[in-house]
Ligand binder design. Structure first.
Ligand SMILES: NC(=O)C1=CN([C@@H]2O[C@H](COP(=O)(O)OP(=O)(O)OC[C@H]3O[C@@H](n4cnc5c(N)ncnc54)[C@H](OP(=O)(O)O)[C@@H]3O)[C@@H](O)[C@H]2O)C=CC1
Ligand SMILES: O=C([O-])CC(=O)C(=O)O
Length: 259
């Protein structure tokens, strides 16, 4: 399987290097698209060339890049592994991607786990309540839409502060580099409206945490994830490129894979 990488920052660079170095059985690196990749020595190319040489493209370039290039990837016949899952909160984007084929859409589990169980449980009956609370280092959560006063208070806070709480669709759009996981939970439980998401800034947070609680007819669930942040892009957890590599491994040579 030839794999193209769209976006070579903290996630994509690790994915591309692993593919280039032959560390994913059955998969090889077709090329990389990024105006300024995080590491040197990758086979850079333009998007049209990537699409003509890849069987599958991994998007790790951000929500905007997925919205802009996703349909083009799929209509060129490449499968697409999405990392910026939060882009799918936009009205109609998932439907547009699914209709764009012949390429197939895959979603990375990214920074969290438990999605398989939530997906299974939602089939038994709809969840009554689902909450995901994300806590990150305060300084990494400043957003362009914040007022100067709010951004400044966030940079200088000495105690944890809840920045926003609301529907998953709104929170993932408000924090496009930090709350893709809220969209992943909503897609797993098959219902955007039941999922409440919160983003908490903690100046002293030693790790990024995601706490997911869910209750429904199948049972009650609580997943607590504490990830080390990426040294390069602290909004992203260090495990995310390895979630991508694990997915690529399963797609390229499925051997006793959890599904
Ligand atoms: N599903 C999940 O659990 C998670 C999802 N994510 C998502 O993954 C994304 C990437 O994370 P990360 O690698 O840490 O971010 P980085 O900012 O480190 O890397 C993103 C890279 O993509 C490049 N890029 C942006 N737009 C394009 C484009 N149109 N074509 C090609 N390259 C492009 C950027 O270039 P430049 O800097 O020049 O813009 C940058 O080099 C995040 O934005 C987030 O949306 C992250 C963590 C978890
Ligand atoms: O990497 C993480 O911990 C989560 C993240 O940034 C996101 O969901 O966008």
């Amino acid at each position: 399987m030839r794999v193209g990488v769209l976006g070579a920052g903290s996630i994509g660079a690790i994915v591309a290097e692993a593919l280039r170095d032959g560390r994913v059985p059955g998969a090889e690196l077709a090329g990389v698209v990024d105006p300024a990749p995080a590491v040197a020595g990758l086979p850079m190319c333009a998007l049209p060339e990537l699409l003509s040489t890849s069987d599958l493209v991994v998007e790790c370039a951000g929500q905007r890049a997925l919205a802009e290039a996703g349909a083009q990837v799929l209509s060129a016949g490449c499968d697409l592994l999405v990392v910026s899952v939060g882009a799918l909160a936009a009205d109609g984007l998932l439907e547009k991607l699914l209709a764009a084929g012949p390429g197939a859409v895959h979603l990375s589990t990214g920074a969290i786990g438990g999605l398989d169980l939530l997906r299974s449980a939602a089939l038994l009956g709809p969840f009554e309540r689902v909450v995901i609370e994300t806590t990150k280092k305060a300084s990494s959560l400043v957003q362009p839409w914040m007022s100067e006063a709010e951004a400044d208070a966030l940079r200088r806070t000495s105690s944890p502060v809840e920045l926003r709480r609301g529907p998953a669709r709104e929170i993932t759009a408000a924090f496009p580099k930090s709350a893709n996981v809220a969209a992943s939970v909503a897609l797993a439980v098959r219902n955007w409206d039941v999922v409440e998401a919160a983003v908490i800034a903690d100046p002293a947070a030693p790790a990024t945490s995601h706490v997911i609680t869910a209750a429904g007819p199948a049972g009650q669930y609580r997943f607590e994830i504490r990830n080390r942040p990426s040294p390069r892009t602290p909004t992203s957890s260090r495990v995310v490129p390895y979630a991508v590599l694990s997915a690529l491994e399963a797609l390229a040579s499925p051997r006793a894979v959890f599904r």
